[in-house]
Design a protein around this ligand. Structure first.
Ligand code: HEM
Length: 489
């Protein structure tokens, strides 16, 4: 009997499996009298209903997911010993959850916001999660600023709405955001669907090969559907008419057998290059220009199966940047380092200590063999096996081989800012991005920014925000200032 037949055939029952006589009328003391506590079915239904929700993700609450396949198309064994990347043609099952960032669970999809691109590879050496976005960079470069940043994107404690004052106050006072904000208010800031956008690992990660050599890598997932975006007006209409537009588009495309694909590329930097590179290679507000490290194609990602149950497989799915496999590891990027803590902590709070036992989260191509036990909703999977190590009963033991190579460090502990390399400042890459845009795109960028900046209540907040774009490019600043003045009068 299939699982579905198991729960749909036969009489209706209580949670404990007893047959239900009447699911329409609760039990009362006499005709027209008060309801009885002995009506277990009523109590159980009301109590279960009250507990249907778990806390939504504090960011990226709104999302959609699909399973798929990753296929290796190039030999990357000179760079990494990761088993799932070991052979051309090798395939690995994946699960990808797309999301928006700021909106709550029920928010509309067609909004100006980065899109999450969280990808789980179910590899034979454990699950490898690459928890990225559709943007190659981010607003800030130190995890200590993340809660403050997100507070400005979410609802204001007094008004209960997102406030232009908070957003522009923070961005204006955090000039390192200028690059990502320029990106976000450009044409790619509102993708037409999850299928029509790229994904990026964004951070720099470590790859290490059999010989122990280290490479720094950045991942790119280039959509094979082509980039398609919405204008601010189109998005405004669509968000009202079809709030679930992205989620529906993804599900329906897969139902039609139109499986979306992405070409997977990496930029690879030999470890020895890092110290003298013109930009700090671990600064998340910067890209590595392709002329410096050309992207190399390494694989194909296809999404080909919808989840059967959104709550079980999408809402309860967990992704962590700390889920590495042998041959892949973190870089010293200060944002990434903060994320290595934040996600596991969020999962323990949001889904519970045994979240990684759920079907969508557990390894599919190997077994998890830990000595951790028990906790809420533990299913007894380890039966009577010993729960400590070392043990003399044939239990799982350590391998003595770390997943990644050690990183050299220097100096004293302290609250150090990210190191500035020769060409690093907060504006250089934002200016380059602006100058890369066509005249039409620049005009739309200025209009999108001005429309939002014009809403702030204080001139000094608007002026500070504009000054950052002026520092990126004088023409950009001049046009933006004029556009904001025209709107503010
Ligand atoms: C230090 C900075 C950051 C912190 C502390 C942070 C924290 C979090 C937390 C707590 C969640 C919710 C996790 C859950 O409940 O399952 C989350 C989700 C997410 N974050 Fe971050 N985040 C940071 C930066 C970033 C960056 C830079 C990216 C992309 C490059 C990113 C991409 C995502 C994605 C895609 C999700 C949704 C994962 C899913 O679909 O379940 N985050 N983040």
């Amino acid at each position: 009997m299939t699982q579905e037949a198991h729960v749909t055939q036969g009489p209706l029952t209580t949670e404990a499996g007893a047959p239900v006589a009447d699911n329409q009328n609760s039990e009362t003391a006499g005709v027209g009298g008060p309801v009885l506590v002995q009506d277990q079915l009523l109590l159980e239904k009301l109590a279960h209903f009250n507990r249907e929700r778990i806390p939504e993700r504090v960011v990226h609450a709104r999302g959609a997911g699909a399973y798929g396949t990753f296929t290796v198309t190039a030999d990357v064994t000179p760079y990494t010993r990761a088993a799932f990347l070991s052979e051309v043609g090798k395939q690995t099952e994946t699960f990808l959850r797309f999301s928006t960032v700021a909106g709550n669970l029920g928010a509309a999809d067609a909004v100006r916001d980065p899109r999450g691109f969280a990808l789980k590879f179910y590899t034979e050496e454990g699950n490898y999660d690459l928890v990225g976005n559709n943007t190659p960079v981010f607003f800030i470069k130190d995890a200590i600023k993340f809660p403050d940043f997100i507070h400005t994107q979410k609802r204001d404690p007094y008004t209960g709405s997102q406030e232009a004052d908070n957003v522009w106050d923070f961005w204006g006072l955090s000039p390192e955001s200028t690059h990502q904000v320029t990106w976000l208010f450009g044409d790619r800031g509102i993708p037409a669907s999850y299928r029509h956008m790229n994904g990026y690992g964004s951070h720099t990660y470590q790859w290490n090969n059999e010989a122990g050599e280290v490479f720094w890598v950045k991942y790119h997932f280039k959509t094979d559907q082509g980039i398609k975006n919405l204008t601010a007006d189109e998005a405004g209409r669509l968000a009202g008419e079809d709030p679930d537009s992205h989620q529906r588009d993804l599900r329906e495309a897969i139902e039609r057998g139109e499986f979306p694909t992405w070409t997977v590329q990496v930029q690879i930097m030999p470890a020895a290059d890092a110290a003298a590179y013109r930009f700090n290679p671990f600064d998340l507000t910067k890209v590595w220009p392709h002329a410096d490290y050309p992207p190399i194609e390494i694989g194909k990602l296809e999404l080909n199966r919808n989840p059967e149950n959104i709550f079980a497989e999408v809402e309860q799915s967990i992704f962590s940047p700390a889920h590495f496999v042998p041959g892949i590891g973190p870089s010293p990027d200060k944002m990434l380092q903060g994320r290595l803590f934040a996600y596991g902590d969020a999962h323990r709070y949001r889904v519970g200590i045994n979240a990684d036992h759920l079907p969508v989260n557990r390894p599919h191509a190997t077994e998890a063999r830990t000595h951790s036990r028990d906790g809420y909703l533990y299913d007894g999977r380890h039966k009577g096996a010993k729960n400590y190590e070392p043990n003399s009963f044939g239990g799982p033991a350590q391998t003595d081989r770390p997943l990644w190579q050690p990183a050299a460090v220097t100096g004293a502990t302290g609250e150090h800012a990210a190191v500035a390399h020769a060409e690093d400042d907060d504006f250089v890459q934002a200016g380059n991005l602006y100058r890369l845009m066509s005249e039409d795109e620049q005009a739309r960028l200025v209009e999108n920014l001005a429309g939002f900046i014009a809403k702030v209540s204080r001139d000094e907040i608007a002026e500070r925000a504009i000054a950052n774009f002026r520092a990126a490019d004088a023409d950009f600043g001049k046009r933006l200032e004029a556009a904001v003045q025209a709107l503010r009068g």
